[in-house]
Design a protein around this ligand. Structure first.
Ligand code: ATP
Ligand code: ATP
Ligand code: MG
Ligand code: MG
Lengths: 257, 257
């Protein structure tokens, strides 16, 4: 029973990649077989795991455009017990190339069907926009979307547009699309911003915010430069603790273990 | 002699909006006539100046799609001595609507021709993507682009793609497109990340980084929730000082005063 969650929020820099990598790494530590899918042409998820986007032989571009099997494109990190379907610079052109293709919105969903039994969790990291790549991510989100929301004022502005887009995909492409939960990120207790954001998030997504809140913690920003998740880079940091709690909360809610 | 600069970087959350607003506010304090153009469907620049994107009568959407004169759409803030061409939710559909339009890449440039003599500086804030809206921003950047780069590892990944896109626009649409400068943002002296990023930026954009570096400062994140630039919200904060220095540096380099 593979669960597929998509990390989505068109606001930039809110912690989509950081959440995909670090939530994924803790799920893997808890014995789950995990695949991270990097749907962002910037390839931040790939580089967070030490993958050089310019050196990969195959990438998600080949799965979406050339319909190559995903199993031939994934890389496995033995040490982290994590797999990644990497991105590459070619993906930047995919949105334009897909426009006139058949089944352009369901390419990722169909591609992942091939590997479904192989993983317990598939986490899809999206770019900060609501174009065809993100729509592919929404249609592939079999078990729902996870929405990282930065605890800052400007991050609130986009929530209305995001819920509208989710509703449009639900009506036109995937009726069962649901919100699995909202992750509050970069929470800073020294300012009132965080508390104001939490109130607003509870208004937009009542009862859907995960209890685990991720604080602002510099170790989370340092870890990608070593190609490691924070669980391996700074396991006793506040950032690591928060993602460990989030992984436990997700597993509990999914009825695993 | 109106100078038009576009704030661009497809990496999300690096300080494009914060730089457009706060650089603009200090240029206005120094007596320049300033227009902020909000080219992001999230309308963060508009809300940072207290404009409600859902309540505006006309927006940049009308200038781009309905070819309404910009002068009929701008709002002027007397207290801040700043004008804004606001965004609206309708802009989210503009990228798709523009695809088959004539002169789709030069709509913004042509629209701004009407107000050129009215302002000394026009700063254009872009969304975190390299689609048609950002291309419009690049073509309209008469005097160059200003690239905010967050002093964190993941922000480095996208610099290569950005320079490629700038080069493609230069070849196909606007041969004089140049980089006016790179603004290093969210610099945190407690970690080596900042210094690593500075070295990389100097490699990608030799001698083009502004001397004024913007530190991470919570006041910059709080100011938008009051609809104020930091110059008005917390004028003696490190964030305010940095943007004041940046405005002075830009004016000096432009040979103004
Ligand atoms: N809780 C945190 N504390 C401190 N830094 C963080 C935290 N979460 C993420 N970061 C850092 O903030 C920056 C933005 O995070 P990240 O890149 O994960 O966001 P994103 O939503 O994926 O961005 P994009 O919209 O560009 O895809 C990165 O440099 C990351 O390392
Ligand atoms: N120097 C700084 N110190 C602290 N916070 C900052 C700083 N600069 C920006 N911020 C905050 O960081 C967040 C991201 O900044 P901002 O929204 O300006 O980036 P952006 O590049 O415009 O994002 P997007 O890609 O979504 O358009 C905002 O909440 C902003 O208030
Ligand atoms: Mg990301
Ligand atoms: Mg912005």
């Amino acid at each position: 029973m593979t669960r597929i969650y998509t990390l989505v929020n068109q606001k930039g820099g809110v912690g989509k990649t950081t959440t995909a990598i670090n939530l994924g790494a803790y799920l893997a530590r808890f014995g789950q077989r995990v695949l991270i899918v990097d749907l962002d042409p910037q390839a931040n998820a790939s580089s967070s795991l030490g993958v050089d986007k310019n050196a990969v032989e195959g990438s998600i571009y080949d799965a979406l455009i050339n319909e190559m099997p995903v199993s031939t494109l994934t890389l496995h990190n033995e040490r982290l017990n994590l797999s990644i379907l990497p991105s590459s610079p070619a993906l930047a052109g995919a949105e334009v190339e897909l426009v006139n293709e058949l089944a352009r919105e369901t390419r990722l969903k169909n591609a992942l069907d091939e590997v479904r039994g192989k993983y317990d969790y598939i986490l899809i990291d999206c770019p900060p926009s609501l174009g065809l790549l993100t729509v592919n991510g929404l249609v592939a989100a079999r078990d729902g979307v996870i929405i990282p929301v930065q605890c800052e004022y400007l991050a609130l502005e986009g929530l209305g547009q995001l819920t509208e887009t989710i509703e449009r995909v639900r009506v036109a492409l995937y009726p069962d699309l649901k919100v699995r939960g909202v992750v509050l990120t970069m929470f800073d207790s020294r300012t009132n911003l965080g508390n104001d954001v939490i109130k607003e998030v509870n208004r937009h997504f009542p009862k859907q915010a995960f209890h685990s809140i991720v604080p602002r913690n510099i170790r989370l920003a340092e870890a990608p430069s070593y190609g490691l998740p924070v669980a391996a880079y700074a396991p006793s940091s506040p950032g690591a603790y928060a993602y460990e709690m989030l992984a436990r909360e997700l597993l509990r809610g999914d009825g695993v273990k």
